[in-house]
Structure formats: structure tokens, C-alpha cells
Write a new protein. Structure first.
Lengths: 234, 247
């Protein structure tokens, strides 16, 4: 059966690197759905992925995952195009690091919406709409394994992703769906720049390296590593 | 590109999936009927619905709701049927009645009968059954233990029962709708009571029923101990897609 991979947060960073990785040919994936907020960067990313995707189809769906109704709208768009999703890569992430004292509830809520509720909704909508889902890849973070002072909302949200992935692994087993939870450490993305503005990105893990791990976890080899939260770091 | 279910080719035959769920669970000692007890996070009945929904031959799901659990049954059907049409009907006073109620609501000429208490049904099992050439077929499994006849008055052992010719009758089963309707109508008229449908069809209609090879995994989950065993089996059952380890 042909496979369709949906990647959230696909305009840059790990999401774009993952889209490129699948565009170059991987595991019979012949359709890549890139989801991100509307931006010039997103348009350029889609153009770039299309240029290397050969006969594979690349769909662009603009969605702001900080909006609660966004995931429903993504699935409405998929239905209009008759696209059935077999893999979801829940990659989109948001952070606004602040101390407890300085955390605004609206920022905390947006973090939870993008990082926790949206991944949940992608899986829920796929089940409720009978997509032939076979694999869910949730991108958590090493910041979700231990609490990080100053990154309260982000750390909390990623801990939730790790825990949610465990529940998904059990509850999706009857559907025959594999659930992968990856926790990258320091990776040279825009999000990392927000968390650690003074760090030299060339000295840390690159998005392409995480994309290679995602591709491997998507492959039959990855099934042998399905267990719990997997830490990815250099 | 993968096409969505609604746009994929629809394989023949299309069947009505009849799901017996009328039991009130007196044996499982649970506050709800046993079909609502959770296994791997889902109500037990949902496991059968998941397999049915993922089988492209299944065109509709028809289920009984035990008295007082109509709303709970509806919630579950709405959450798990993923757009597949479903009907919820009352349970009868006997299994036979519950089955006939489902049967009368079936819209397809072929029906697959299953029960919520067998959560280990899979897409492969349903597909093999539905695509079997026989009009009527069901899974039967060899019995692994010794059996004997006992004089129930004196409690004295009388004789052995050959395992070679006796099988455990499992669900799911497939029937031609008209054949099963005739069997039920005839049984009702003659006052005959059956606790499953394959023998009923043979006895009441004379139509053949093919036995397919069942599985020791396809067990009925009834007692509190069964649920503990089933919870453990569930992970292994689904972890690698196919049931091959112990069969």
C-alpha cells in the first residue's frame, strides 16, 4: 500500500529536514503533506521539497496550530484532496521561555495547544475519520524528561508528550499503529535559538540528523526499536 | 497517494457486522456489563468495532445495547465507528433473541456474527471468513484438554469423549442472511433453543456450515481472571500485527 506522511511544523527545522528526507525516497512514501503556518519560509520550503521529490506528491496545508480548530481544518483539507494519512509526524513546537513569575497564562496555553493538544488532535481526527494510520511519530524533547528552570511551560508540555505517547502506544495497539516518541537534545533550530540565544548552532545536533533518526524509525528497522521514549542527541 | 476509505474500491461481498452485546455481565462482577470493561484502554466491545471498521468488506455495524446502557453504547459507537453506518438495537431475553433482532435489521445479504466478549478478533480473521467461498462458515478450534461424560445425578464418570471429532465453537461466523433468518424462524416455530448459530443453521435448514481453523487466542473474556489474562495477551497480540507466537 502507498504511504502518506503528514509532517507538522514543516516550514523549517526538524520538520523541513524530515520532509526533505522523505522527498528523496523512503519506505514507499509517495505523498508528503507539509503543515505549517502561512509564511514565505513555508512557501519556499514546499518549493524546495517539490524540487527534489521526483514523482512523489507534496501537499501544502497552511494551519496555525495555536488555534484549537486548526487540526480539524487540516483534516477537512485532506478530505477535499482525497488524501489518507498513514504516518503522522507531530513535530510542530512552540516555546516562550519564562520563569514562573513571568509566565503569562496565554503563553502557557499556546505552548500546550501547539505542543500537546495538537498532536493529540491529529491522532484523534485520524481515528475518527478512518484514516489508515500505521505510525505516529511524536517529537518530544530531553527537556520533557527533566524539568528545566526558566523553561517551565516548554518542559511541562514536552513531559506531557512523552506521557501521552505511552498512552497512545497502548491504545493504538488494537489499530496496529506503532507509536514512536523521540526526544531530541540540543538541535540547531529556531526554537532552540529562543531557548538558548547565545549558543553557536554549528556546535550542536543538526535537524538533518534528527530527520535521519525519524526516517530510520519509520522504516522496518525502526520497529525493532519501538519501546519507550528514545533520546536523540549528539 | 493513499485514497481515503470512502474513495477506495469497495470489495465484494459487503457484509453486515452483527455484534452481540446484550449480556449484563453477572459473571464478571463489574459495575458495568463486561463489554464496557476496559482492555488496553478501550471498552472491550470497541476492540471488535475497531477490527470491523478496518475491514473494507464491512458495510455496517449492528449492535445490541443491554437495557440501561443504550446511551453508553451510542457513545462508544460514535467514537469508534469512524463514519461507518451503525444501528443500536435492544437485547432480547435470550442470546437467540438478541441475534434475531440484529439479523432482522441487517441490510446486506451476507452477515457476520460476532460477540463483544471476544476482543481478539482481527481484520485478517474477518477477511478470511468473509472471502471464504462457503455461504456459511465459522471458526472452530481443536480442544486441547481431555473431556468425559459424567452422570450428573451420581457424579460418576461414565466415559471419555473423543477430542478428534469435537471442537470449540468460536465467533465470528458468516451466514447468508436468508439462511440464518430461516434457521431462526424455524427454531422459534419448533420451540428449539440454541446457544450459537452454526449448529442451528445445520439442524434447522440443512444448509452446510464450513468450519475454519480457529485460534486458541480467540478466547471469550468473561470472568475477572479472564480480564487479567486478556490484558496481558492484548499487548502481545497486537505488538507484531499477526498472532503467530503460540499458535
Amino acid at each position: 500500500m502507498t504511504k502518506t506522511v503528514l509532517i507538522s511544523g514543516a516550514s523549517k527545522g526538524i520538520g523541513l529536514a524530515t520532509a526533505r528526507r522523505f522527498a528523496r525516497g523512503m519506505d514507499e512514501v509517495n505523498c508528503i503533506v507539509m503543515v505549517a503556518r502561512k509564511s514565505d519560509a513555508f512557501d519556499n520550503a514546499v518549493t524546495e521539497v517539490r524540487a527534489i521529490s521526483g514523482n512523489r506528491q507534496v501537499f501544502q496545508i497552511e494551519a496555525d496550530l495555536s488555534k484549537p480548530e486548526a487540526v480539524k481544518e487540516v483534516f477537512d483539507a485532506l478530505e477535499r484532496e482525497n488524501i489518507a494519512v498513514t504516518t503522522v509526524v507531530n513535530n510542530a513546537g512552540y516555546t516562550k521561555p519564562a520563569s514562573i513569575n513571568e509566565t503569562k497564562m496565554s503563553d502557557f496555553e499556546q505552548t500546550m495547544q501547539v505542543n500537546v493538544y495538537s498532536p493529540f488532535r491529529f491522532v484523534q481526527e485520524a481515528l475518527l475519520r478512518d484514516h489508515p494510520l500505521a505510525k505516529v511519530i511524536n517529537i518530544a524533547s530531553t527537556a520533557g524528561i527533566n524539568g528545566r528552570s526558566g523553561w517551565m511551560s516548554y518542559s511541562t508540555s514536552k513531559a506531557a508528550v512523552i506521557n501521552m505517547s505511552e498512552v497512545m502506544r497502548d491504545e493504538l495497539a488494537p489499530y496496529g499503529v506503532d507509536v514512536v516518541c523521540l526526544s531530541p537534545g540540543r538541535c540547531a533550530t529556531d526554537l532552540r535559538k529562543t531557548l538558548a540565544p547565545d549558543e553557536d548552532p554549528s556546535t550542536i545536533m543538526q535537524p538533518e540528523q534528527v530527520a535521519d533518526v525519524i526516517a530510520m524509525m519509520h522504516s522496518p528497522t525502526g520497529r525493532m526499536l519501538l519501546s519507550e521514549n528514545l533520546v536523540v542527541r549528539t | 497517494m493513499s485514497l481515503h476509505r470512502l474513495t477506495r474500491p469497495i470489495p465484494e461481498p459487503q457484509v453486515s457486522f452483527l455484534l452481540l452485546s446484550g449480556g449484563v455481565g453477572s459473571r464478571s462482577q463489574h459495575h458495568e456489563p463486561k463489554q464496557f470493561y476496559k482492555l488496553a484502554g478501550h471498552p472491550m466491545i470497541a476492540h471488535s468495532i475497531i477490527a470491523a471498521v478496518r475491514t473494507p468488506h464491512v458495510a455496517e455495524v449492528i449492535v445490541n445495547a443491554p437495557e440501561g446502557f443504550e446511551e453508553r453504547t451510542r457513545e462508544i459507537m460514535e467514537a469508534y465507528c469512524a463514519g461507518l453506518p451503525f444501528k443500536i438495537l435492544p437485547a432480547g431475553t435470550t442470546r437467540q433473541e438478541s441475534c434475531e433482532i440484529l439479523l432482522d435489521a441487517a441490510e446486506k445479504d451476507v452477515v457476520v456474527l460476532h460477540e463483544a466478549a471476544r476482543p481478539f478478533v482481527s481484520v485478517d480473521m474477518l477477511t478470511d471468513l468473509i472471502t471464504s467461498e462457503a455461504e456459511n462458515a465459522g471458526y472452530c478450534h481443536a480442544i486441547a484438554f481431555s473431556m468425559c461424560k459424567i452422570d450428573t445425578d451420581t457424579r460418576m464418570v461414565r466415559s471419555g469423549v473423543s477430542r478428534e471429532k469435537v471442537f470449540d465453537i468460536q465467533l465470528p461466523q458468516k451466514f447468508g442472511r436468508a439462511t440464518l433468518q430461516t434457521a431462526h424462524a424455524t427454531a422459534r416455530k419448533k420451540g428449539k433453543v440454541y446457544n450459537e448459530d452454526s449448529v442451528m443453521v445445520v439442524k434447522m435448514t440443512g444448509r452446510p456450515v464450513l468450519s475454519l481453523e480457529g485460534s486458541s487466542r480467540n478466547r471469550k473474556v468473561t470472568t475477572p481472571e479472564d480480564f487479567i489474562i486478556a490484558e496481558g495477551m492484548m499487548k502481545d497480540f497486537h505488538s507484531k500485527g499477526k498472532v503467530t507466537t503460540y499458535d
